[in-house]
Ligand binder design. Structure first.
Ligand SMILES: *Cc1c(COP(=O)(O)O)cnc(C)c1O
Length: 395
């Protein structure tokens, strides 16, 4: 073990594995480790660094807001918080009644969504909450209860009650929805499960059935939001209107922030005193999110994500590697299916060649590069990735 690996091993909680490198700085789509090795970053902190690293807009927003006012508590409001609530409800199409609640992470946004679901109880008649098999909604107890991965949940049983996991099929929706369901929560693309898209017509059917039974349709846009899939939010590809969405990750471009955005009448479910978070909606986080979303809008990065994503999928298939089984996803949330369970080897070989990619599972490589990538990065990625696949295929 190197010196930093020993320090990590000695003092960091064993809930996470040994990191791939100790990083020191970043610039655009590149990061450097403590030995000066350069990497092309096609993971972006798991779909977080939407503008890449050290983008001048991000740096300026952090420093100028920190110099003005960083934190005030929920007893006060600030211009950045008001502006971000207006911006998010506008981008999500949440309508004239749309509202936002701010927290600090994805899990915290989903906790708020879980509490929202409990408030839709019709006087106690709604006890069921539906989520999907293989779903990932976070690691805190409430968001973990929504997560459809038994290996993550089992050590922490008992879970907060009432959650059922159903397969992502229209038949399962039809069989499960009734008037005892408070809410259904879904990811438009299951990122952690390996960039798995919902079957065609699923969100439309979910909308129709939840509306018929008075259940909330909550969309977890934590990984798919902020333009990543080539729309501001993943649900917009299906042309539906949900009752609530949760966002985090890319919204802050690297600054921690999460939010619950409600649509229509759902916005009046929470009443005074029912939820809160000390840091939630602080002027620093909300100013940075405004700057990041403003830059995504100004620079046309939602369209860029759609275009570069299509290019990347085409170029990856064009490599013609026997290891590539297919490509999935939308925009710049890409899953490369592998014909063998060698994702770990692909990640290690990619690191050796100066490329950061992610093993979403044993046979899927997940790509979620910054939304700012251009032709040069698509070319460089394709060349390096072809070399990686070549080496791993020959092992
Ligand atoms: C990352 C993620 C979460 C959890 O967000 P944290 O900020 O890690 O708590 C929840 N849902 C989805 C879809 C995610 O990708």
């Amino acid at each position: 073990m190197t010196a930093w690996q020993q320090r990590f091993d000695a003092r960091i909680m064993r809930s996470i594995g040994m990191p791939l490198a100790k990083l020191e700085r970043g610039d655009g789509v590149r990061v450097w480790d403590d030995a000066g090795n350069e990497y092309l970053d096609f993971l972006a902190g798991i779909a977080v660094n939407a503008l890449g690293h050290a983008h001048p807009v991000f740096v300026d927003a952090v420093s100028s807001q920190a110099a003005a006012l960083a934190h005030v508590s929920n007893y006060f409001t600030t211009e950045p918080a008001l502006e971000l609530a207006e911006r998010l409800t506008r981008l999500a199409g949440a309508g004239e009644h749309g509202r936002a609640w701010f927290g600090n992470s994805g899990a915290e946004a989903n906790e708020a969504a879980f509490k929202l679901a409990r408030l839709n109880n019709s006087g106690g008649a709604r006890t069921r909450v539906l989520a999907l098999v293989d779903a990932f909604h976070g690691r805190t107890m409430g968001s973990l209860a929504l997560t459809g991965k038994p290996h993550m949940r089992d050590p922490f049983e008992p879970m907060p009650g009432g959650v059922e996991h159903i397969p992502a099929t229209v038949e399962a929706l039809e069989a499960s929805l009734d008037d005892a369901v408070a809410a259904l929560i879904v990811e438009p693309i299951q990122g952690e499960a390996g960039v798995v898209e919902l079957p065609g017509g699923f969100l439309e059917a979910a909308r129709e059935l939840t509306r018929r039974h008075g259940a909330l349709l909550i969309i977890d846009e934590i990984q798919t939001g902020a333009g990543r899939t080539g729309a501001w939010f993943g649900f917009q590809h299906a042309g539906i209107t949900p009752d609530a969405i949760t966002v985090a990750k890319g919204i802050g471009g690297g600054f921690p922030i999460g939010a619950l955005v409600t649509f229509g009448e759902t916005s009046s479910l929470f009443t005074k005193g029912q939820h809160g978070s000390t840091f939630g909606g602080n002027p620093l986080a909300t100013a940075v999110a405004n700057a990041v979303l403003g830059e995504i809008e100004r620079a046309g990065l939602v369209d860029n994500a759609a275009r570069r994503g299509d290019e990347l999928r085409r170029r990856i298939l064009g490599i013609g590697s026997s290891l590539v089984h297919g490509v999935r996803g939308k925009g710049l949330l890409i899953g490369v299916g592998l014909s063998e369970p060698v994702a770990g080897r692909v990640v290690a070989e990619a690191m050796r060649r100066g490329l950061i990619v992610n093993a979403a599972n044993d046979s899927t490589i997940r790509l979620a590069p910054p939304l700012i990538i251009g032709d040069a990065e698509v070319d460089e990625f394709t060349t390096r990735f072809a070399g990686v696949l070549d080496t791993v295929a020959s092992l």
